[in-house]
Design a binder for this molecule. Structure first.
Ligand code: ADP
Length: 166
């Protein structure tokens, strides 16, 4: 049984993330979408909001679990008895950092393989930051995020003081 972990901030989940999840799900027995709870960052959506949005979206799909983790990814990978880390690559700019992370993760745990999945061209410009930027100015984000979480994301902008670059 091969378990893969797809880690990220998912602040918030986008159509680009969903595309990677669906494609990765075809390749492994078990896929865990793991939300990083990073105390050094101040995300717009709390860890439980991010997990809830992912669950709403992914619970209907078989063999996918949603979870969160703190600390080193390789420790979490070991805990889940996983062997694969999935990363999405949108552009060369993603590559440099991800390449470094893949090497350090292999150094920390040699049994772990990082697999890169190339973004679908129609989502290659989509990122959580772009979603937040557009939504903060009242722009349409319906083609950037899954319809199941669209209103959750909009509600956040009604209630939060979030401003672009803020
Ligand atoms: P971001 O804030 O950059 O969207 P995340 O940490 O939430 O970042 O991303 C989690 C993972 O999903 C990373 O491996 C990232 O490269 C990948 N990813 C993010 N957006 C896309 C996309 N549009 N297409 C493919 N992969 C993506």
């Amino acid at each position: 049984m091969i378990t893969a972990i797809y880690p990220g901030s998912f602040d918030p989940v986008t159509n680009g993330h969903l595309d990677i999840v669906k494609r990765a799900n075809k390749l492994f027995d078990r896929l865990i979408v793991a939300v990083l709870d990073n105390p050094r960052k101040t995300p717009l959506f709390s860890i439980s909001e991010r997990v809830k949005m992912l669950q709403k979206l992914l619970d209907p799909i078989e063999n996918i679990e949603v979870d969160c983790y703190q600390g080193l990814l390789v420790d979490y990978v070991r805990k889940q008895k996983a062997t694969i880390i999935i990363k999405g690559l949108r552009a060369i700019s993603d590559f440099e950092f991800e390449f470094q992370m893949a090497l350090i993760n292999r150094k920390l745990e040699h049994r772990v393989e990082t697999l890169f999945m190339v973004a679908s061209s129609k989502y290659s410009y989509v990122s959580s930051s772009i979603v937040k930027e557009v939504a903060s100015y009242g722009g349409d984000i319906s083609y950037l995020v899954p319809k199941e979480v669209h209103s959750d994301i909009l509600n956040k902008f009604k209630t939060s003081k979030f401003k672009a670059n803020g």
